[in-house]
Each structure stands twice: as structure tokens, then as C-alpha cells.
Write a protein that binds this ligand. Sequence first.
Ligand code: HEC
Ligand code: HEC
Ligand code: HEC
Ligand code: HEC
Ligand code: HEC
Length: 492
Amino acid sequence: MENEATGKLSPWLKPITYLGRNWLTLAGAVLTTSSAITLVGFWFREAMQTKPLNPYTGMVLYLMLPGVFVVGLLLIPAGLLWDRHQLKKKGIHPDLVPQPDFKSPLFLRAVGLIGLATLVNVAILGAASVQGVEYLDSAQFCGQTCHTVMNPEHTAYLESPHSRVSCVECHIGPGASWFVQSKLSGVRQVFAVALNTYSRPIPSPVEQLRPARETCEQCHWPQKFHGDKFVVKQKYSEDEANTLLTTVLVMKVGGRSGGEFKGIHGRHLDLAAPISYISTDGRRQVIPRVFLSDGKGGKVEYVAETKAPATKADTKPAEGAKKEELRTMDCVDCHNRPTHKFWLPERAVDSAMTSGLISPKIPFVKKKAVEALKAAKGPQAQAAAQIAAALTDYYQKTYPDLVQKEKPLLDAAVKETQAIYARNVDDHMRITWGTHPENIGHEDFPGCFRCHDDNHKSSTGKVITQDCDKCHTILATEEANPKILKDLGIGG
Ligand code: HEC
Ligand code: HEC
Ligand code: HEC
Ligand code: HEC
Ligand code: HEC
């Protein structure tokens, strides 16, 4: 019985015994088979569960195992060639090799086996490459594998309206050249991380993988930009009662309407009359010259008359920055932080207070939380301890009753203040308050006023306007109880 089975099998196995004659081929076969089994096993496991893999398991599974598989495959023929070479050197004619004889059953079997193995290999390799590329494109790979490096961007991203858009949908444009560029850049970055040669902070604007107009327009259609946007901004004062002040604006976002380009989007997105500019600081914050094309080859040039006014933003040239850069404006020149928004302490505390995470009932909490945030330094754990100490000390000394009666409120405020620090400051990556300026607006950073400062003049004396009404209608400015909101039936 047993003998019969071996007898039947052995002619089939003969080619395999031949293939296994040398250690190189054997090693190749072992590598290929074991990595293939592991890969397929993991695919089944992954299909069963929805929890994402640990990023390092992902690296091994999607990038290294397929590599081992391919190396194994290459070793098999390499071993055969080497074996043949050795035999020839010894003067032995390798007659074990089946001659290409279609009548020989041995040869046919070998061809059959190799054909089958090739099919299986192509299938495995195909699936592995698809998965590998998908993995390289995942937010997890971008944001977590290079864990420490992109952690600030990944954290900010998770809180943004784009948290369901993958990194590559913005950072890699459509088309093959972007694809290749991005993979090269990715490989370079992996090396930079491994060798610890990356820059801290990662420079912004991004040079290689910068989102472009086409990227955003996959989802936000310029034809649809029209109309106004009602914006309500809430701010807490630094007094004992944390008085709430409200600003109400109607933003003239505009766009194309009735074939005409109007408002903020319209004026800046009209491809027939593009706006370009020269910046000199490597961060596009200092803009001495602006060009407005008339679409017929002509151009109006606006030149800044006096030096740009001093601002809160740090506008010293970025490390290794190009001296001068000419750029045509697109979405990202205004929307440079649609996803990785880093807040200033005041804004972050306002937002936490609006949502109730820091209770406005705690006296002076706006002032004290902002002070604690600005004073905190160093890695997260250290800063968290400083913040807790600062706030607890203050309230224990000044409002001992409150500490007794409202302990949960205070604890929550401390916790949220610590979280604000963790989201916006990264000691290792040298990101602190204001490192990455936001270009929408003009309150916290130069933003629109980089050009709209009534100071950029053309040869005919025209200026880039700072007229408040061109961009928005201001319905209320820092009012305690704006009448307009009552009239509209919004808010208290
Ligand atoms: C909605 C589009 C969008 C998505 C999604 C997105 N980014 Fe960005 N990212 C941007 C823009 C815009 C910039 C700023 C570009 C500029 O000014 O040149 C940027 C800048 C960066 C920078 C440069 C440093 C900085 O803070 O400016 C890094 C690093 C980065 N992104 C990583 C990521 C990672 C990792 C993910 C996924 C977790 C991601 N991005 C997802 C749009 C996006
Ligand atoms: C894959 C689709 C996708 C891409 C690509 C994309 N976005 Fe978005 N964007 C969205 C979605 C979805 C929202 C959320 C809409 C909502 O919540 O109402 C959004 C919201 C926004 C908002 C409003 C944010 C707010 O706070 O209300 C802005 C501004 C914006 N995106 C700008 C951009 C810019 C600039 C780019 C290119 C760098 C871009 N988006 C790329 C899908 C995308
Ligand atoms: C000149 C600066 C500028 C440029 C260029 C620009 N935007 Fe805007 N965009 C704004 C401003 C200002 C707002 C109103 C923001 C606010 O108040 O929240 C806005 C609003 C938006 C919104 C939110 C609209 C809403 O109703 O919530 C989206 C989405 C958006 N822009 C996408 C884009 C895209 C995509 C591009 C490029 C094709 C672009 N923007 C180019 C300044 C600009
Ligand atoms: C790089 C320079 C630059 C930046 C930055 C810039 N703009 Fe402009 N903007 C211009 C130029 C140039 C014009 C055209 C001026 C003209 O028509 O004479 C213009 C025109 C406009 C107009 C039309 C004004 C009119 O007279 O009808 C609006 C509205 C506007 N910009 C809004 C914005 C907003 C909002 C921002 C910030 C989010 C911004 N711009 C940022 C250069 C800039
Ligand atoms: C070139 C366009 C432009 C001009 C000119 C302009 N603004 Fe603004 N303003 C904006 C944008 C964009 C925002 C941000 C809206 C947002 O954050 O959603 C803003 C925000 C504001 C805010 C709210 C600030 C906050 O975030 O609390 C106030 C107040 C304001 N502007 C007042 C003015 C006044 C006063 C003038 C005239 C001296 C003026 N603006 C001129 C574009 C402009």
C-alpha cells in the first residue's frame, strides 16, 4: 500500500529531486515557499478582522515578505546555473538535466511543474504588489511608520474635516509621473528617517509632494464655488467671567457665477487671469512682488513700497530656503492648512471652551490656560506636569472653595489643556506655537495681508486692496450679544 503510493509519486517527484540537488536552489525554494505560506496566511487573517495592523507588522508583511519571496524565486534558477557550471568544470556532463524532448515524460512533467509553480507565483506576486502599493498609500504608513517624524501632521489630520481622505489623495497628484516621484520621495524619506537626517520641523511648503489645484479639485469643484459663507467666531476674554465675544462675518467666497468670476475664489481662481508672486523667505510669508496677468500676455506688477510690517509670525528664512521663488497662486497658497492645522494657544483654548471641554464657569480659565500653555516646555509628559502644576497651584491658592466643590470641572480643564499642548507642540520635531502659519485670514498670521496691505503698488498707483468689504461684510465685531444673531434666531 505504502510502496504503491511512493511508486506512483516518484516519477512526478523526480524533477524536484533534481531541483533539490544543490543548496542554493534548495534555499531559494524554502524561502519562496515559507514566505508564500506566511503571506497567504496573513491575508486570510486580515480578511477576517477589521482592526488595522500594527505599522511595523505592516512593513514586514507588505514590504519585506514579498521581497524575500522574490529573492527566493531568483535563487532557484541561480542555483541551477551554478550547479551546471560546477558539473561542467568537473568534466561531468550534466545529463541529469532533462533534454528538451517533448516525448520524454520526465521533461513533460518538469515543464508541467514549472508551469504550475509559475502561475501560483505570478498570482502571489501580483496580489503582494497590489497590497504593497495600497499599504504605501495608506494613512497608516505615511503617518505612523515614520512615527515620530510625521506624528504632528498625523495628529492634526485626525481632527480635521479631511480625516477620511488618505494622505496620498492630497500629496500625490493624478498620473504616472506623480506616482513615480512620490515613491522615490518616499524611499528617500524612509532612508532619512533610518539615518536620522530628516529636517525638524519638516519644511512647509512641501516641495516634492505638494498638493496642487488638480488634487483638491478631485473633490472640490471650482464650478460649484459661489455664494457667501456665514462665519461666526467666538472668543473668550481674559477676565474673571471669561466673557464671551462674538464676531459675525459674511465671507464673500464667490466663484464663477453667470460666467463671471466674483469674490475671493473668483478673483484668484480665474485661469484666464492668474495671479503670481515672488516670495523671498522660503516659507512664502514675505511677498515683495505680485503679478496680475490680464490673460492677453500683459501683466500688472505690484511692488511692496516699504518693507513688510513686522508680524507675529516668525518670517526668518527657512533653513536651506531658495532665495527667491516665483509661483502662480492656487488653492494651497490660501488653504495651506486644510488638514494639518496647528492652533495658537488662544484659539485652541477658545475652541475647547466653546465645546465645553474647558468649562467657562471656571474663573479666569481662559487667561490661566493660555498662560500655562505658553509657559510649558519640553516633551509631552514634562509639559503635562508643568501645566497641571501651574493650574492646580493657581486655583488652590486663589479659589480654594472651587477646588473643593468643582474638582471634576477643574480636572477636565487640566486634562484638555494638556491635550492642546500635545496636539500642537512637538518638542522632538521642533514644532511650537506658530511654526506653521495659516494663510487664511489675517488675525494671527499675515495671511491675505501678505499682499492685501494697501502697500503693494502698481506703476499706475493701483494697490492690492485692504478694503474690508471686498472680502467680507462684518456684521458684528467682538460683541457680547450680537443683535444680528438674535435677529436670525441663532445662539442665546
Ligand atoms: C486635504 C489634503 C491633505 C491630506 C489628506 C493630507 N495632507 Fe499633508 N499637507 C497638505 C497641505 C495643503 C500641506 C501644506 C502644503 C504647503 O504649504 O506646501 C501639507 C503638508 C504636509 C507636511 C509638511 C509639513 C507641514 O506641516 O506643512 C507633511 C509632513 C504632511 N503634510 C504629511 C501628511 C500625512 C502623513 C498625511 C496623512 C496622515 C497627510 N499629510 C494628509 C494637505 C493634505
Ligand atoms: C478625497 C476628497 C477630498 C480632497 C482630495 C480634498 N478635500 Fe477638502 N474636503 C473634503 C471633504 C469630504 C470635506 C468635508 C466637508 C464637510 O464636512 O462638509 C472637505 C472640506 C474642506 C474645506 C472646508 C473645511 C472646513 O473647515 O469647513 C476646505 C477649505 C477644503 N476641504 C479644502 C481642500 C483643499 C485646499 C484641498 C487640496 C489640498 C482639499 N480640500 C482636498 C474632501 C476632499
Ligand atoms: C485667495 C485665497 C483662496 C484661494 C486661492 C482659494 N480659496 Fe477656498 N476659500 C478661501 C476663503 C477665504 C474661504 C472662506 C473660509 C472661511 O471663512 O472659512 C474659502 C472657502 C473654501 C471652502 C469652504 C467653502 C464652504 O462653504 O465651507 C472650500 C471647500 C474651498 N475654499 C476650496 C478651495 C479650493 C479647492 C481652491 C482651489 C481650486 C480654493 N479654495 C482656492 C480662500 C481661498
Ligand atoms: C500673492 C498675493 C495675494 C494674496 C496672498 C492674496 N491675494 Fe487677493 N488679490 C491679489 C491680487 C493681485 C488681486 C487683484 C487686484 C486687482 O484686481 O487689482 C487680488 C484680488 C482679490 C479680491 C478682489 C478684490 C476686488 O477689488 O474686487 C479679493 C476679494 C481677494 N483678493 C481676496 C483675498 C483673500 C481673502 C486672501 C487671503 C485668503 C487673498 N486675497 C490673498 C493678490 C493676493
Ligand atoms: C483680502 C481679504 C480681506 C480683507 C481686505 C480684510 N479681511 Fe478680515 N478676514 C479675511 C479672512 C479670509 C478672514 C478669516 C475668516 C475665517 O477665519 O473663516 C478674516 C477675518 C476677519 C475677522 C475675524 C477675526 C477672527 O478670526 O476672530 C475680523 C474681525 C476681520 N477680518 C476684520 C477685518 C477688517 C476690520 C478689515 C479691514 C481693515 C479686514 N478684515 C480686511 C479676509 C479679509
